[in-house]
Design a protein around this ligand. Structure first.
Ligand SMILES: Nc1ncnc2c1ncn2[C@@H]1O[C@H](COP(=O)(O)OP(=O)(O)OP(=O)(O)O)[C@@H](O)[C@H]1O
Length: 378
């Protein structure tokens, strides 16, 4: 167990800046997730912390100790990579026991080793595989054994690089729950990197969103979801992505979709007359099936035509044309409409995010919501 602090971390590979001034402060026992797209600098950050890569600037402190000049072996961190390496000639049990026999952790007797391996393999659902060899395992099982090798070892900080990436969706979901439980039970300090927003929201006590080597936001999962600092974070969370509709403030309302949709502006938003804004609507926050008619207080109604309807398991993704502006909506199959139908869309104003306006493809900061703000810290 231990804290982890990273300050001003910078790392270049030739001309490519991979990490561009990253600050992190992970509490003792915290499960901290770094979420970012491919190439954002996640693996590079972990390797610098583990001492596997030299960096250009910044400092790293683990369990209160500055890591400058400290060899990887002496940092007391355990790191799992996406690619897993196991000893082919050893059984699963022997693979898991070997980190507990190495010099630094050699204080474990046979009994204690067995107990640790049992706890970890129970959590990972691989206890029945103790006597198998790696060649006798599926890819997913191999990945769980590799993760087990990391978790059996006591360490101040666990660094996990997309450890669930080779598992199928069902197993991933089950493993997420198990990992979370393991973290809570053992009070383990974990830095977990992923490009999967669902994993980040499900696992993280806090989530840091990384973009181009910089951290854009650090918050609880609720806060990054309800109050993304900008359109980048908003789009990084949620599948399909949040709809972003360009609009303008006019007469105390935000007008989007060619002026056909008008949204009230709460004073706290602080926008000016004629100001360009972007309205963000998550596809799953929008419903169909509202009674046509007057807009009830606290809600926004939009009328449109279904252009495309595609089944996604039990839900349906529809592209609805609202006065020439496409709006993506995901609803349960009961509430779906066929292509060509007119449909009334309905969304609570507290789910209507308002961002500053800007050029296409340039991310802009969030100003607030059109209704009562959700997820505000007390
Ligand atoms: N050894 C290397 N030499 C040169 N450039 C590198 C090297 N490793 C990484 N990079 C570059 O540094 C940037 C960050 O890479 P990094 O692997 O840290 O990203 P990541 O967020 O872990 O991505 P992914 O999710 O795809 O693994 C990328 O632009 C990548 O191309």
């Amino acid at each position: 167990m231990g804290t982890l602090k990273v300050q001003g971390l910078r790392k270049k590979y030739g001309k490519t800046t991979a990490v561009d001034g990253v600050d992190l402060a992970v509490e003792n026992g915290e499960f901290f997730v770094v979420l970012g797209p491919s190439g954002a600098g996640k693996t590079t950050t972990l390797k610098c912390i583990a001492g596997l890569l030299e960096f250009d600037d910044g400092w790293i402190e683990i369990a209160g100790r500055n890591m400058s000049g400290v060899e990887p072996y002496h940092r007391n961190v355990a790191m799992a990579f996406e690619s897993y390496a196991l000893y082919p000639q050893k059984t699963v049990f022997e693979n898991l026991a070997s980190p507990l026999r190495s010099g630094r952790t050699g204080r474990y007797g046979a009994e204690e080793r067995r107990r640790r391996i049992q706890t970890v393999t129970d959590t990972l659902g691989i206890s029945h595989l103790w006597e198998r060899f790696p060649r006798e395992l599926s890819n997913g099982q191999r990945q769980r054994v590799a993760l087990g090798r990391v978790l059996v070892r006591p360490a101040d900080v666990y660094l996990l690089d997309e450890p669930l990436s080779h598992l199928d969706a069902k197993l991933r979901a089950a493993m997420r729950a198990e990992l979370k439980q393991l973290g809570e039970l053992a009070d383990i300090t974990t830095l977990y990197v992923t490009h999967d927003y669902q994993e980040a929201l499900a696992l993280g006590d806090r989530v840091a969103v990384l973009r181009d080597g910089r951290i854009v936001q650090v918050d609880t999962p609720e806060q990054v979801w309800h109050q993304p600092v900008d359109t980048f974070v908003a789009r990084a969370l949620g599948q399909p992505e949040m709809n972003l509709l360009d609009g303008r403030v006019d007469g105390g309302r935000i007008r989007v979709a060619g002026g056909t949709v008008s949204i009230p502006v709460p004073p706290a938003l602080g926008v000016q007359q004629r100001q360009a804004v972007r309205v963000g609507l998550r596809p799953r926050d929008i419903s169909t099936g509202a009674d046509p008619g007057a807009e009830p207080p606290g809600r926004l109604r939009m009328r449109g035509t279904v252009r495309l309807a595609e089944r996604l398991g039990r839900s349906v993704e529809m592209s609805v044309d609202v006065a020439g502006t496409p709006v993506i909506v995901v609803v349960s199959s009961d509430n779906a409409r066929p292509e060509g139908d007119e449909v009334d869309l309905d969304i609570a104003l507290e789910h209507v995010h308002v961002f500053a306006g800007g050029e296409p493809d340039v991310d802009t900061p969030r100003l607030g919501a059109a209704g009562i703000e959700l997820g505000k810290q007390a």
